[in-house]
Design a protein around this ligand. Structure first.
Ligand code: IPM
Ligand code: MN
Length: 359
């Protein structure tokens, strides 16, 4: 029997409760499709600060490196906001991304037909939406040097650097073009080339890479326009290729098209080595421990893991279908309740409903 090693990082806030549901569902699906999953749970984020004094302990990194895939729930809590930057949960996440060289962040946005009413946009604008944000994840302003804070005669000054090398742009552009090849053959590269030098290089290298993908239609949008287009006419997009910061912002906007940010999964991939699969949403400390969380983004991330990291396509599709069926049957976590529709259920109950389907 095939066997895979999965590192689970439950993290903070709603992380542990959505992990519990996802873990149980994955156990069932592996039985159904006849493969073995070996799970190891490791400390990460704020909970690792509590247990180990740092957000990303060395033993967690080692375990991630030794696994076939990493499944991460969410990290962060306002109670760590006062800590120095290197001790904050978010720094642990950035270190995870850079230690595993997870330069390619794939965030698919697909509308579940039964949820079109849950979106804040009118149904006719979103029912055809099927796009993927390809976000560069290990460079750009998140990691650029120099950065810091200095005292000057006029007071304090703080700065970060938005930087990309040609190679960094080319490798993420290639991912976007390859993905577009399997989809609707369109790439929209998002930058701010009218103002930023770094974006000019981004645009040049993207055009350079596109020469190897003649069948793909490449367009360019400035990031401010792209933000507007995402709410004006989101179905124009197929693959959106963009940098770290712009991708962070645009993927939150794109997530909301689906009705709730609680629906959006992601995969963070490297050339060869384990990928990290995680929901786009955060740790939502305000609703943690109340059984109100929506586990679907994490479940969909698990489905991406099955398909991309483990090549268990059938199992991944089965899980996605089971989730669709539960939504079609009207079950909704509180974030998806729109006036008068749906049967409200908690996080754990979504797990139980899925378990029924996976027997
Ligand atoms: C995301 C998150 C992270 C990011 C935070 C938690 C550091 O917002 O994955 O989109 O900004 O990349
Ligand atoms: Mn974000």
């Amino acid at each position: 029997m095939k066997s895979y090693k999965i590192t689970l990082l439950p993290g903070d806030g709603i992380g542990p409760e959505i992990t519990k549901v996802t873990h149980k569902v994955l156990e069932l699906i592996s039985k159904k499709f006849d493969f073995d999953l070996k799970f190891t749970e490791m400390p990460f984020g704020g909970s690792a600060i509590e247990s180990n004094g740092v957000p990303f302990p060395d033993k967690t990194l080692q375990e991630c490196k030794d696994s076939d895939a990493v499944l991460l729930a969410a990290i962060g809590d306002p109670k760590y906001d006062q800590l120095p930057r290197e001790k904050r949960p978010e720094t642990g996440l950035l270190n995870l991304r850079s230690s595993l060289d997870l330069f390619a962040n794939i965030r698919p946005v697909k509308i579940f037909p039964s949820l079109t009413k849950a979106s804040s946009l009118k149904e006719e604008f979103i029912n055809k939406v099927d796009l993927v944000v390809v976000r560069e994840l290990t460079s750009g302003i998140y990691f650029g040097e120099p950065k810091g804070r200095i005292k000057t005669k006029q007071g304090e000054r703080a700065f970060n650097t938005m930087t990309y090398t040609s190679e960094e742009i080319k490798r993420i552009a290639e991912i976007a073009f390859k993905l577009a090849k399997q989809r609707n053959k369109k790439v929209c590269s998002v930058d701010k080339a009218n103002v930023l030098d770094v974006s000019q290089l981004w645009r040049e290298e993207t055009i350079f890479v596109s020469n190897n993908f003649k069948e793909i239609a490449l367009t360019h949008q400035y990031v401010d326009n792209a933000a507007m287009q995402l709410v004006r006419d989101p179905s124009q997009f197929d693959v959106i290729l963009t940098s770290n910061l712009f991708g962070d912002i645009l993927s939150d906007i794109a997530a909301m098209l689906t009705g709730s940010i609680g629906m959006l999964p992601s995969a963070s991939l490297t050339k060869d080595g384990p990928g990290v699969f995680e929901p786009v949403h955060g740790s939502a400390p305000d609703i943690a421990g109340k059984d109100l969380a929506n586990p679907i983004a994490m479940l969909l991330s698990a489905a991406m893991m099955l398909k991309i990291a483990l090549n268990e396509n059938e199992a991944g599709n089965y899980l996605e279908n089971a989730i669709s069926q539960i939504l079609d049957a009207g079950y909704r976590t509180s974030d998806l309740m729109s006036s008068g529709t749906g049967k409200q259920v908690g996080c754990a109950q979504i797990g139980e409903l899925l378990a029924e389907k996976l027997k």
